[in-house]
Design a protein around this ligand. Structure first.
Ligand code: COI
Length: 391
């Protein structure tokens, strides 16, 4: 037992603070960047896996392994392990349970037609994970360790990467949370990193047929100076009441506006938003209080290939209402790792109900979606060096 009354686990959760050499900087990176493999002797059978992979409902099933590492102030990161998937045992006073000191990421591994498996822009996720960690006063995990954990997990669970079929892929969820047990508000001195993987299909059961968004005037997601740009669990928890309101209004997701003027589009509950204009602009809100989506950045980079001018500027609810009414806005879509590119076919608010374009997924939206998926699945040339081979 340690001093907090927890039995010592081989990994991942330690609960005694070590008194190592004085290295107290949260961003301290020890030399360890490789994960040790502890292969599970209890993996699911091929038949069980095949049944799951035939229809992987988003985020409901997990592979046989997970990666973990532990950070303590003074000693930095240690115990990097890829081992069997198993539940955590956390002390009831673990800081994350009280103060939500947590950040996460989302990326996917794609199987190509020749059987190889690839990551898409994983280095961008590593960098964002570091930025989120800084904002939440968590330690940074260096890019080499982030990538090594992912590569080893994908290799050991490679049979869980679905064959290319629609948008089926292996969703990877790295996350980090404060495990130090204490009551009091300060950055935790013990943190756990974990990575799990889940075979997935479409995020929205309707797939690319289009979704309706509820423009909330009741809730805001982020304010200047807040955590809007960080990928932290608290942002999503704070959006859940708004998501329920969206469902009560027959919409699939919520669309948030800014906290100050309650006018300017921010992002949807799980995705960045884009507007296509009749004049050939592809407009998305600028960064500051929204997530710097990896898919968002990729779509902006692909815009010109589709004859669209990428523009980052504010878009008002008034602009949407006028643009959808007079046809100067022709398409709207949302973008995110989970949702890929999802057409928005309708927007509703307390006093409006807008049909976007023809009320069907737009041509430009579908072409961009196809282009992105073609790159991710190796059907189009990766001219920007976005892919990284793992298997
Ligand atoms: C993603 O798109 O990867 C996300 O993290 C959004 C959501 C599933 C929370």
């Amino acid at each position: 037992m340690d001093r907090n009354g927890l039995a010592r686990m081989p990994y991942p959760l330690v609960s005694a603070l070590s008194s190592g050499p004085e290295r107290t900087v949260r961003g301290y990176h020890p030399a360890v960047t490789t994960f040790r493999l502890d292969q599970s002797d209890n993996v699911r059978t091929k038949a069980e896996r095949d049944t799951i992979l035939a229809d992987p409902r988003f985020g409901t099933v997990f592979t046989d392994h997970m990666a973990t590492a532990v950070w303590t102030e003074g000693d930095g990161w240690r115990d990097h392990t890829v081992g069997p998937l198993r539940p955590f045992s956390v002390h009831p006073a673990a800081a994350v349970l009280h103060y939500a000191q947590e950040v996460f990421e989302g990326l996917k591994a794609y199987r190509h037609a020749d059987g190889s498996v690839w990551l898409f822009r994983a280095d961008a996720n590593a960098e964002r994970f570091q930025r989120s960690a800084r904002r939440l006063a968590l330690p940074e995990l260096d890019t080499a360790a982030f990538l090594d954990g992912i590569e080893q997990l994908v290799r050991v669970d490679a049979d869980w990467v679905p064959a290319p079929d629609g948008e089926k892929s292996l969703y990877l969820r790295p996350f980090m949370f404060a495990t130090e047990p204490f009551i009091g508000v300060r950055p935790a001195r013990e943190v756990t990193y974990c990575l799990i993987a889940s075979p997935v299909g479409s995020y929205f059961p309707s797939g690319p047929t289009g979704v309706n968004l509820w423009v909330t005037d009741e809730y805001v997601r982020a304010a200047p100076g807040g955590t809007g740009e960080a990928k932290c669990g608290g942002n999503y928890a704070a959006g859940l009441a708004a998501q329920l309101a969206a469902q009560e209004n027959d919409c699939d997701q919520v669309l948030f506006v800014d906290a100050v003027e309650r006018e300017w589009l921010e992002e949807s509950g799980t995705m960045n938003v884009f507007v296509v204009t009749r004049d050939g602009e592809l407009v998305t809100p600028g960064l500051g209080t929204i997530l710097a989506g990896v898919t968002r950045g990729s779509v902006l980079a692909l815009a010109e290939d589709h004859g669209l001018t990428p523009v980052q500027r504010r878009i008002g609810v008034g602009d949407l209402r006028a643009g959808c009414a007079d046809g100067s806005i022709t398409e709207i879509f949302a973008a995110g790792t989970a949702a890929v590119i999802t057409p928005i076919i309708g927007l509703r608010g307390k006093d409006f109900d807008l049909t976007v374009g023809t009320g069907k997924p737009g041509e430009r939206t579908l072409a961009l979606r196809e282009h992105l998926l073609d790159i991710q699945f190796g059907r189009a040339a990766d001219t920007r060096g976005w892919l990284r081979r793992v298997v």
